[in-house]
Design a protein around this ligand. Structure first.
Ligand SMILES: O=C[C@H](O)COP(=O)(O)O
Length: 273
């Protein structure tokens, strides 16, 4: 099996834990400490597989203090940001503020934002640009609902979402972004996509970037799979050529389980499919 670092873009695998609206700032520090201890105990190499924790906004300061104070190698991310940089936008949080809090990543266009908060492709595109303005790496989410999957329209749907979000973004910026394929029917349902489903989607998305941008940009972009990822299924999904990581929801709330997901390479010798 090819080491992901040997891919043409030299892409480092990325495992990101999106806590969604779970764990307050007091519980956050306990979970992050346990995660760090577990990874250290397993001698996890953060240069080999990057690990990102993405807590709610109100936890960021506490987690940042822990990461900085104890020099943890975990990366910090936020779950959303404002398309605007400052001003009269009640309830919004600026990319500048997130960068100052030590965030390296920010999720943009999660399906829960698109559906619950009616975020359009236009808003998602503006948020990608806002993230890039503040040197945050956007984790841009795309994914189809069940009815589109049943009709076989999943690739067309996610390619359209990606194309819309990348409009007006320069090649140099695109190379640094992360795209997460999250089929909506697999989120929080326990119904994980097959490795073939994940590969089909990530390959189609990479081909879309290759069509839009010349050179080796498409080889540099990292594509994640998200949707009911667990320690028992991550290795077979990560084994596919165009899948560079995972965006984990529910399973990231348990530091032992999330650490086991981050250690997917340890399971790859035992997978069959
Ligand atoms: O952002 C994470 C995804 O929505 C996946 O959530 P899940 O692992 O709970 O299915």
């Amino acid at each position: 099996m090819a080491d992901k670092k040997e891919t043409p873009g030299g892409r480092t695998p990325l495992i990101a834990g999106n806590w969604k609206m779970n764990l307050d700032h007091q519980r956050a520090t306990v979970v992050v400490q346990k995660l760090d201890w577990t990874l250290k105990d397993k001698r996890h190499d953060h240069d080999e597989t990057e690990v990102v924790v993405i807590p709610p906004f109100t936890d960021l300061r506490s987690v940042q203090t822990l990461i900085d104070g104890d020099r943890l190698k975990l990366q910090l991310g936020a779950q959303d940001l404002s398309p605007y940089d400052s001003g009269a936008y009640t309830g919004d949080v600026s990319g500048e503020f997130l960068a100052k809090l030590g965030c390296a990543y920010v999720i943009v266009g999660h399906s829960e934002r698109r559906t619950v908060h009616q975020e359009t492709d236009e808003v998602v595109g503006a948020k990608v640009k806002a993230a890039l303005r503040h040197e945050l790496v956007p984790i841009l989410c795309v994914g189809e609902p069940l009815e589109i999957r049943k009709d076989g329209g999943q690739v067309e749907h996610i390619v359209a979402q990606l194309t819309a979000a990348l409009e007006g973004i320069a090649a140099a910026d695109v190379a640094s972004i992360v795209v997460a394929y999250e089929p909506i029917w697999a989120i929080g349902t326990g119904e994980v996509a097959t490795p073939d489903d994940a590969q089909e989607a990530c390959a189609a998305l990479r081909n879309t970037v290759a069509d839009l941008y010349s050179g080796d940009v498409a080889d540099q972009v990292r594509f994640l799979y998200g949707g009911s990822v667990k320690s028992g299924n991550v290795a077979s999904i990560m084994a596919r050529d165009d899948v560079d990581g995972a965006l984990v929801g529910g399973a990231s709330l348990d530091p032992g389980e999330f650490a086991a997901i981050c250690r997917f390479k340890a399971h790859q010798g035992t997978i069959t499919g």
